[in-house]
Design a protein around this ligand. Structure first.
Ligand code: SAH
Length: 245
């Protein structure tokens, strides 16, 4: 089950940090490490700081986009050192541990960490179902990357050792790539109905992403939404055809 817990680092620039993350993960029995467009290569510094966790380091996967890295994940949680202005569903580290353990038996889950100097972009945070903020010193809340990974991995381990029961398969949540497909479909439909003007899209999609993040639709609900979009599209086509007859 813990193999299903993927730690994703975006745009990491210090090789030593990647090694320290591998070590933080291995101490908590996590092994699934993914890098998204890393700004540095793994080198001797990474290896030295990974200590006995060179296996985790060497087994890492590399993806060119966050979307690809989380495509098969049913739960994606973004770790941010800043509390954002737009309110996204938030979890505290302990809740992250419980949720990860509850859901990792059903599908891969991802914990996403940002760049050392600038964290995660809003666009990346919007690809996450939940955000987690480690409630550190309000005057100095930015932890070193590997230490943030250590804290959240520790919480996952605590929930695992406390035998938080994996969620009984009743609620089936869609995978990240299914949600992205839904957003593409929704945007297409909103353009066809002229709710979104291509030249002036505004923040409609961003607000809808937030709405769906709060709702966290189950797989059958997502299918229903897609059916609704398809029917709206069909009725526009038939209205257009009738209008031209
Ligand atoms: N200067 C950056 C912080 C980067 S720290 C900023 O202002 O956003 C590198 C990464 O570690 C962050 O992107 C985040 O994923 C994680 N991290 C650091 N401190 C954190 C905290 N207090 N809560 C949650 N994640 C944190």
């Amino acid at each position: 089950m813990l193999e299903n817990v993927r730690i994703i680092l975006i745009g990491t620039s210090h090789p030593g940090n990647i090694g320290s993350v591998a070590r933080a993960m291995k101490t908590m029995a996590l092994s699934n490490l993914a890098l998204v467009y890393p700004k540095c290569a793994i080198d001797e510094k990474s290896l030295a700081l990974s200590a006995g966790a060179s296996d985790v380091l060497n087994d890492h996967k590399v993806f060119s986009t966050l979307e690809e890295a989380v495509a098969e994940c049913g739960l994606v949680i973004g770790a941010s050192a800043r509390q954002r202005t737009h309110d996204w569903p938030m979890l505290n580290p302990r809740e992250v541990g419980d949720k990860v353990v509850q859901e990792a038996s059903m599908y891969p889950v991802a914990l996403v960490f940002g760049r050392e100097n600038s964290g995660l972009t809003n666009d990346e945070l919007q690809k996450c179902h939940f955000h987690v903020f480690i409630p550190a010193n309000p005057d100095y809340s930015s932890l070193n990357l590997a230490m943030a990974v250590q804290i959240l991995s520790y919480e996952v381990r605590m929930s695992f050792l406390n035998e938080i029961k994996p969620q009984v398969i009743q609620k089936q949540y869609p995978l990240a790539h299914e949600i992205e497909d839904m957003f593409k479909h929704l945007e297409e439909m909103l353009i066809e109905t002229h709710f979104i003007r291509v030249n002036h899209p505004g923040h409609v999609m961003q607000k809808l992403r937030r709405f769906f993040a709060h709702a966290r639709p189950e797989t059958i609900e997502l299918r229903m939404w897609r059916g609704i979009f398809t029917n709206i599209q069909k009725s526009i086509i038939s209205a257009t055809v009738e209008g031209t007859e």
